[in-house]
Design a protein around this ligand. Structure first.
Ligand code: ADP
Ligand code: TPW
Length: 580
């Protein structure tokens, strides 16, 4: 109640007085607005309820969630889509910790976001006197954030917000924590001085030009290549250098592979896409150009069987310390992707021989063979429906709507959807990313819908969906055009495991059989569909998209269809050993 009284007093104080003073609440909102931030994703409570109210009163959009992790994920994906930091607002200790997973995930994925949390008073926290929701949040955030700041004086709010924005988006983007003690928010300060203390950040993510010598080294390496390959990562999609990247690919004639979130940067149907011959090109290429992609586990660390014979790398990245992180990089090109690729295109314009027909022809041949094999698998119509027949139905609908955002998580659901669902436009695919994390589903869906104003189709394993399922209420509350498709195979990976002891408990991977996820959304006024065949799934998805309403399709998948850990079986040695 004290919170409400505080803000109402502020609003009803005599005009003369409100002109003279302002407070921390108002300054935080003013600082964000001054920097063109128009949306906050969050969850209210002491001490930030009034901050959320005020944001709304001042014309910002406040999207309230049921759990902070999903608000944080929404903020992170908004940051990835726009190059402006997404904002997540939480209460202290537990709310902060719930948001911290999303902050860490954003940092890991190089998404710019700012987690703003209210906190208890320093005097009490530092003496550990047991305040309401007491915690040393700044220190807890530091290892998981690109930067972490605390503001103690109202006149420093402008600096705090400016530093947070700059840290989130400059260089390699990441998550930033901004700690706002309750006492700060209530501090009053002279209004004129306050306005003068605000900072509008100029050139928050400055271009970083590559050195001419690094560009020449890369081009020389490429000129000597017999089997070159370009690998586009989500850094390339984030950079919004779409035309430059297309020019680099097309003018060089080099085949390319998109990492999952770079799908659509060039349409997946592009003739130079080598996606359908992925294993072949990774093993056979002799020079590989990494554009905003790290040689982490998703690329087998750049070595081993996947990569075949030893090869040389060009790596374009804004972070100099990324270079040589897993294998030697023969030609690092450090700078922002737009500038780096522009420099490479200029060098290509001066003369460059396209890759041999021997190389491109071999890829085309391999692609046709693999595509024919995949087409045969997709055409099968088993009953019950499996991952492939369900994804064929979804693929055919999404082909007609390239503007739709796709969110994707799960194990098998992620692995199969990634290769079966083509993307046609940049920054439309959002998934489990660098960690392979479960739980991004509804947060990313809400963030993408709110940020783009376009429909979202979230393709979710039933386990994956469970991590954020309660946000269906948020989707319904804001009437967002999100269609969630739950691939329901009764468990984590699949639903057929048994408890070897014959005891009462089901196996660790098994869920309630034949759950009706479609009924969940009906509880909040959304529309549920139950689909057991590809035809029913097609009809439901078409109706769902046409309605523009919150919908959920419970897609019943053969419970025996999945494989353990999807395609990560090699990272699951214990399970492989147990099965021997
Ligand atoms: P993927 O998972 O798709 O392979 P990663 O997240 O591993 O992609 O890699 C993204 C890389 O892109 C990071 O190393 C990051 O430093 C880099 N990056 C992000 N934005 C830019 C940019 N604007 N210019 C250059 N590099 C960037
Ligand atoms: C935060 C471990 C990886 S994949 C997965 C889990 C629990 C779910 C797979 O089952 P699902 O998919 O979604 O039904 P499918 O298509 O195979 O049927 N906790 C977190 N992140 C991860 N990655 C896990 C656990 C995991």
């Amino acid at each position: 109640m004290a919170e409400v009284v505080g803000i109402i007093e502020q609003q009803t104080a005599p005009a003369e007085e409100t002109q003279r003073t302002t407070d921390g609440f108002h300054l935080v909102i003013d600082a964000l607005k001054l920097n063109d931030i128009d949306t906050i994703f969050g969850l209210v409570g002491i001490p930030i309820t009034d901050l959320a109210r005020l944001a709304q009163a001042e014309g910002m959009r406040f999207i309230g969630f049921r759990h902070e992790q999903h608000a944080g994920n929404a903020a992170a994906i908004a940051g990835y889509m726009t190059q402006k930091p997404g904002i997540c607002l939480t209460v202290s200790a537990p709310g902060f910790l719930n948001g911290l997973t999303a902050l860490a995930n954003a940092t890991t994925n190089c998404f710019p976001m700012i987690l703003i949390s209210g906190s208890s008073e320093r005097e009490i926290v530092d003496l550990q006197q047991g305040d309401y929701e007491e915690m040393d949040q700044l220190n807890a955030a530091k290892p998981y954030a690109k930067a972490a700041y605390r503001v103690l004086h109202a006149e420093d709010i402008g600096v705090g917000v400016a530093r947070a924005i700059r840290a989130a988006v400059s260089g390699r983007p990441g998550g930033v924590y901004l700690d706002l003690p309750a006492k700060l928010l209530a501090q009053t300060i002279d209004a004129v001085m306050a306005q003068q203390s605000l900072i509008k950040v100029v050139d928050a993510a400055p271009r970083q030009l590559p050195s001419p010598a690094s560009v020449k080294r890369a081009i020389d390496l490429l000129k000597g290549a017999k089997r070159p390959l370009i690998l586009l990562g989500k850094g390339a999609a984030y950079a919004q250098a779409d035309a430059e990247i297309r020019a680099f690919v097309e003018k060089s004639g080099i085949p390319y592979l998109p990492m999952s979130m770079a799908k659509g940067l060039l349409p997946d149907t592009h003739p130079q896409s080598a996606s359908a011959a992925r294993s072949f090109v990774l093993a056979e290429a002799d020079v590989v150009v990494l554009v905003g992609a790290r040689l982490n586990w998703l690329l087998s660390h750049g070595k081993g069987k996947t990569w075949g014979a030893p090869k040389q790398f060009v790596q374009i990245d804004i972070s100099p310390t990324e270079i040589d992180s897993n294998v030697a990089i023969a030609a690092p090109v450090v700078g922002d992707i737009g500038s780096c690729v522009t420099a490479l295109v200029a060098a290509i314009d001066e003369g460059f021989t396209k890759p041999s027909v021997e190389w491109t022809g071999a890829i085309t041949e391999r692609k046709s063979k693999n595509l024919a094999k995949m087409a045969a698998t997709l055409e099968k119509n088993p009953s019950p429906m499996n991952f492939h027949s369900a994804l064929r139905a979804i693929r055919d609908v999404l082909k007609t709507r390239p503007d739709i955002n796709v969110v994707n998580e799960g194990a098998n659901t992620l692995d199969y959807a990634r290769s079966i669902i083509d993307m046609y436009e940049p920054r439309k695919r959002f998934d489990s990313g660098t960690w392979g994390i479960m739980g991004i589903g509804m947060g990313f869906a809400i963030g993408a819908a709110v940020t783009s104003g376009k429909p979202v189709v979230a393709i979710e394993g039933d386990s994956a969906f469970g991590f954020s399922g309660m946000e269906l209420e948020t989707i319904c509350r804001y009437d967002l055009p999100v269609c969630t498709i739950v691939f329901n195979n009764n468990g984590v990976y699949r639903g057929t495991d048994v408890n070897p002891t014959g005891g009462k408990d089901v196996a660790p991977t098994v869920f309630v059989k034949n759950a009706r996820y479609d009924k969940m959304i009906e509880a909040f006024g959304g529309v549920g569909f139950h689909a057991t065949t590809p035809e029913e799934l097609t009809a439901a998805l078409l109706e769902a998209i046409a309605s523009g309403k919150p919908t959920l399709i419970n897609a019943v998948i053969d419970e025996a269809a999945g494989t353990e850990s999807g395609r990560l079986t090699n990272l699951n040695p214990q399970s492989a050993a147990m099965k021997k």
